[in-house]
Design a protein around this ligand. Structure first.
Ligand SMILES: Nc1nc2c(ncn2[C@@H]2O[C@H](COP(=O)(O)OP(=O)(O)OP(=O)(O)O)[C@@H](O)[C@H]2O)c(=O)[nH]1
Ligand SMILES: [Mg+2]
Length: 144
């Protein structure tokens, strides 16, 4: 399940990992192959995050997506410590002008992502194989 702000690159990442139709703005929570895609609005607006929380019961792994061109996140400090599933950070758009990977990692740490952080570009494909491998490794321990 992917969490992250509006336009942070969640759907593009899913497409880069598992293919599918062209990326359009995500309007609702969508089960898409192995992924649960979510609208950025749900991560950015406090009263909507409850929809994500109830859906997270279906998720085996939480991916917290942080756009490397953004200097902030709407999640409060330590937010992601609440999950019982593994939580992995993904810094997106590392190919983009203005990308700042160190800043994005610091944002993820602040909001409670204590596990591994992967840095990727869905445009160039950089970092995707490492992320894919990490997901597959975790999948071996999941109960389907
Ligand atoms: N340069 C660059 N642009 C990207 C990358 N990933 C996504 N984008 C662009 O960022 C914009 C938003 O991407 P989406 O995948 O729709 O983002 P999202 O998080 O699914 O957005 P919502 O559905 O609104 O929550 C699009 O214009 C993408 O082309 C990337 O790795 N590099
Ligand atoms: Mg989307």
């Amino acid at each position: 399940m992917l969490w992250g702000g509006i336009g942070s690159g969640k759907t593009s990442l899913i497409r880069a990992l598992q293919g599918g139709p062209p990326v359009r703005k995500t309007q609702m929570i969508e089960y898409d192959g192995a992924a649960i895609d979510t609208p950025g609005e749900y991560s950015e607006m406090g009263r909507l995050t409850r929809h994500l929380l109830s859906t997270s019961n279906d998720a085996q792994l939480i991916l917290v997506v942080q756009d490397s061109t953004r200097d902030n996140s709407n999640f409060p400090p330590n937010y992601f410590l609440m999950f019982h599933q593994p939580v992995v950070g993904v810094v997106t758009k590392i190919d983009a002008p203005g990308a700042n990977i160190a800043r994005a990692k610091a944002v993820l740490r602040r909001i409670g992502v204590t596990g591994e952080i992967f840095c990727v570009s869905s445009v160039t494909g950089e970092g995707l194989s490492e992320l894919r491998q990490a997901i597959e490794e975790r999948r071996l321990t999941w109960q389907e």
